[in-house]
Design a protein around this ligand. Sequence first.
Ligand code: GLY
Ligand code: MN
Ligand code: MN
Length: 483
Amino acid sequence: MKNRLLIACFLLASLGLLAQDLPKDFLTSDFHKERRDVLRKKMPANSVAVFFANPVRNRANDVDYVYHQDPNFYYLTGYKEPHAVLLIFKEKQSAPAGGPYNEIIFIQPRDAMAEMWTGRRLGVEGVKEKVAINQVFNNTEFEDYNLDFSKFDKVLFYDFFNDVRNTKVKGDLYDLIAWFKQKVNYPNETDLELEPQVNNLDMEALDPIMDDMRGIKTSEELDLLKKAIDISCIAQTEVMKAMKPGMSEMEIQGLHEFIFKKYQSEYEGYPSIVGAGHNGCILHYIENYKPQVDSDEMILMDLGAEYHGYTADVTRTIPVDGEFSKEERAIYDLVYKAQQAAIEACKPGMNLRKDLDTDIARRIINEGLVELGIINDVNEKHLYYPHGLGHHIGLDVHDKGKRDALQENMVITIEPGIYIPEGSDCAKKWWGIAVRIEDDILITKDGYELLSDKAPRKSDEIEAMMKQPSIFDNFSLPSLGTE
Ligand code: GLY
Ligand code: MN
Ligand code: MN
């Protein structure tokens, strides 16, 4: 027993966070604290907002999916560990011991053995220091924490999906949710069906508040987002130079992702989409399995680096052999024309769906498709442009944010596309052509800033870039001898 204790002490000491091991440009605790203060201002009188950390998801047997914190939780705390619950109070509460407080967090405890396997934990002291909340407790203490939820006019939270595993570790997310439900008298399923708004529970109000807040980026967020976008654009540009017929879709994906990692981008913001020829017609094609891309096709590459939580979303579509064919160029330039017109119209007050998509991008695409003889009439229903023009980006690739009028410091994508699958009701020469051009736009006080202009967008610029030498030109690896 004594030995185990000694080993545990040694492990905990050796697992201490070493400042020199960490990047220096994470969001600061002041950022997260200020976000909590803004949320508190937007909450109704006599209310508490409750946020749970994301669940750990099992991939198979002993392997879990890489953990990803719930973006609202991360936004408000910077805390990246699971099995935690955060409570933010509109008004000051009095602590059983100590002074008044208006926020409290329950987190997973430190555990030398667990940390040896799965990594460092901040623990209570670490959270006090790094998250700058002073009421911090181990998650096991939430069960008996004495808080009378019936005294609030509103208890705000996101409703549950009932898809969390019970790990048998006391205080895990499953327990936190179960204890919370007990504390607030959460109704059972049938009560909810009969009467969705029971007692003081409000499962609707938080979402529009978070939309309001997360949709408008602060300068700290913009710094990270711009970095993610720059990295993604550098990767797109390097791949333009490196592209050769005969490469595999997966290899091309790997070149992008290598460059992401070279710049310390931790993850991809979403599974990378690299589709050659007709694979580009599958909007979220993520198999990337084609072993050899052909010289007579285009390749659609939709990839976003995630940097310290913030994700870019940039798509380029390029000809594999470096030159657009006549038909490819016609479709490419039409998508570009629609995109450029929508980008130039970006400013506060514009509506993404109506003003920019329906009235500008979709109209230009339909007129162009008529001119090319692909459809007969501008009002013809078709599936050649089957998705919306854009969305917010941020901590999520499809980020939270209001969807009516654009406002200063929103960051959105503008991403029209034309996809003509095999067998489409038009001349065969168009079949298999798929183009999406996707850029990331900051809405400014009276216009916009194109954040993703480091990667060429025009067809001529792409062809010129593809003629440049590549750092990967002399990159070769041994054959496996099985081809
Ligand atoms: N990459 C997903 C999207 O463009 O929305
Ligand atoms: Mn997008
Ligand atoms: Mn995309």
